[in-house]
Every structure is written in structure tokens, then in C-alpha cells.
Design a protein around this ligand. Sequence first.
Ligand code: G3I
Length: 409
Amino acid sequence: MTTLREAAAKKGIFMGAAVNTGISRDATYKALAQKQYNLATAENACKWGATHPQQGKFDFSNCDEIRNFTLNEMKGTFRGHNLCWGSYNPGWLKSLSATAKKAALINHIQEMAKHYGSDAFAWDVVNEAVTDNGGAQDPLKNTDWYPDVPDYIDVAFTTARAAFPKNVKLFYNDYNILDKRTKSDRVYKLVKSMIDRKVPIDGVGLQAHIGGGYSDVAGVKVNMERFGALGLDVHITELDISYNSWSQSSETEQAKIYADLLQACLDTPACKSFETWGFTDKYTWKGTNKHPLPFDENFKPKAAVSSMISVLTGSPAPGPSPSPPSPSPTPPGPKRSYDRLTQTCLNAAAITGKLSVGSVSECETLCDKQTGCTSLDTDGSDCYLKSHCEGQTGQCSGWCGYRVKTLIV
Ligand code: G3I
């Protein structure tokens, strides 16, 4: 049977899941992540509590474990989570003065950047800054950072832009902002103001911890499109769909919600990554009894897996069918030719996970069809599409970068 990963690769979209350090202790869990996904995020291992347990003393071991698994074993794309969050921080941070907190924030981001460079193609630079109180005057919530460091969001993004290689994408990530509502309006204003003030930001992460019965897929699309219109990428970062009671009809409904959201992402050019928060009900912050993820607690695919594969491949799912897939979002552009580079592309930003091709020209054809693709890396078998490239033309062996040379209209 086609895997999520194979089906996603053909569409050029990241299909990801949060994983945790249990990968080293559960072979079935690890194998399933590798087989089904082309992107992974550390659920907890890259947060401050894990990486910066004492002031100025860093411990990258757990975050490294997930990074290494993703890049070397999954052979996928690593997504970083997170560099600044107002909750779950180590105790030492909470007791610092405002000035010392700001210095610690800058130091943390710089050290993370020094260690991880461009290993992660994107980082959630700031997580969950906006208030849930729709009536509040102040759009920002009180946290370990705010109001002590009033400009902490700008500081975090500006520091990250200076510290990370420029191909690393910088994201704002939050919950309850999946569709258009008061909180997502506030996030929209926040990121627009950042853009207007030239504070560097590349994208918005929509967490999507939702429950059974969710139906505002039209609002999700409108929401993603308005962020896209600002020139930002959108990632669905932490999707899970919880149920208080579970039955055949819940499973069918859940499969449809997963499929409809995936379809909305495929239909929105700005939406580049579709990721669930975990992938098996065995390990989920929601609790196994909420059944929120696409694979059950015994690692068996639930109806959500076939409904999502069906959306990706355009073939009907067995059982009640999800909404019909629409045509590929990106029509072929003008005919282009490519320069072969000395090595893989320098400072390129990946816009897809690994795609399987039969030749270099097949990879080039995929690039022709993908909005924003200006370069690619391929060995004629694996193919990664990229949005940017500073490589030099010349000879190479094995892996080569290829850069769009001429546009023949
Ligand atoms: O590993 C210890 C275990 O040894 C100990 O016995 C147990 C006792 O409570 O705690 C375990 O650690 C917990 C850890 O998850 C691993 O399960 C922490 O207490 C718990 O606080 C931690 O919760 C995580 C939470 O973020 C806080 O970091 C959740 O797993 C994780 O799913 C959740 O993820 C967040 C995203 O980062 C941001 N968006 C919301 C999302 C859900 O809350």
C-alpha cells in the first residue's frame, strides 16, 4: 500500500509528525515514523527545558537525537520547535531580572543557531505569544517573557535572523488560529506589523489541536490565504483531532476532517507543510483515550491514513469518501533550462521533502511545475526542490545542484 510519505512526495509537500526521544526505545514506533513521514519535529527535546537546563549550560543531546534520526535515518527534513515560549521554561529563567531575561533570550537563540545551523529548515522562533482573551486590550499574553521584556518577539526574530543561516525559515507558531477568528486576526495584525517594521519573519505555524465535529475548513483556507498574501509560508504544525468517545462513526468523521484539512493545504500555495503532533495514539499528549492521531495505539493505520493518501493521490478512499481532490495547485510554468552546479545548492531553502524520480530531467520537470522552485538537488533518484540557490556552475559527481538558467517563454 502507498505510504503517506510516498503520496506526499509526489505532491511536493512535507508530511510530518512530532516525534520524541522514545524512538530509541520503541523499534516499531521508529520504523513507522521513518516509513510514513518525510519531516519530523522534536515534540519536547529542543525546548529550553531540554537544551538549556542551567543558565549558560547547554545540553543538546536529546534535540540532537531527534535531529540525527530525522536527517540520517528518516532521511527527511527537520523542523525546529521552539526557540522562545512563555511556558515550560527552566526554573532559573523565571527568577531573572528583565534585563537578564533579554540577554538570556539572545544568548539561547545564538547558541542554538551555532549548534544547529541549517539542520532545521525552519524554526518556531516564538511560540504562543498572543492572548486567548478576546476582550483583552493587550494582544499579548502574560508569560515568562511578557511584560518583562516588552519587545521580546522582535528581539527573538531579529536575533534568529542574524544568527541562523539565511535559508532557515523563521516562524511564529500558535494554537486556536487555524481558521479566521479573533485570535487569528490578532496574529495576522502581529505578523503584518512585523513585516511593516522590517522585523524578519518567514511564516506562520497553525497548531491545529482540534476536536471531533470540527468543520470550518473554508475558514482555514481564508486564513491561510491571508497569511500567504503577506508573503508568508504557512505550516500546519501540530494537528490532532480528539474525541471524548470513540466509535466507527468517530473514526469516519476524523478521517474526513484530516482529509479536508490536507486538501485545504494542498489547495493553498502558501501551505508547505502538513504535520501532526505525534502520529500514534500510543504516544500523544492528549491521551490514548482521545484517539487523536492517524495511527492507533497498536500502530495500525486508522481511516485517516487512507483518506489522506486518497487526497494526495487523487484516488477515492475506501469507505465514505472525503471531499474530492482538486487539480494540482501549480500549473506548469514556461519551459526552463538548468545549470549544473559544482555541488548541492549553497544557501538553498528546501520547499519539498524527498521526491522519488527516475532521472535528473524528471526532477527538473517537477521543479518546473512547483511554484517558487528555482533550483534542485538530485542524484537522479532522490530529488529535493529548492527556492533559492547561490551555488557555482561547474563539474560535480554524485549529488549535484541544478539552478534555473534561462526562462524560454
Ligand atoms: O518525561 C517526563 C517523565 O519522566 C515524568 O514522569 C512525567 C511526569 O509528569 O513528565 C514527563 O515529561 C513531560 C513531557 O511532556 C513528556 O511527556 C512533561 O511533564 C510535560 O510537561 C511535557 O508536556 C509537553 C508540553 O508541550 C510541554 O512542553 C507535551 O508532551 C507536548 O506535547 C506539548 O507540546 C506543545 C507544543 O510544544 C506547543 N503547542 C502545544 C503543544 C501541546 O501542549
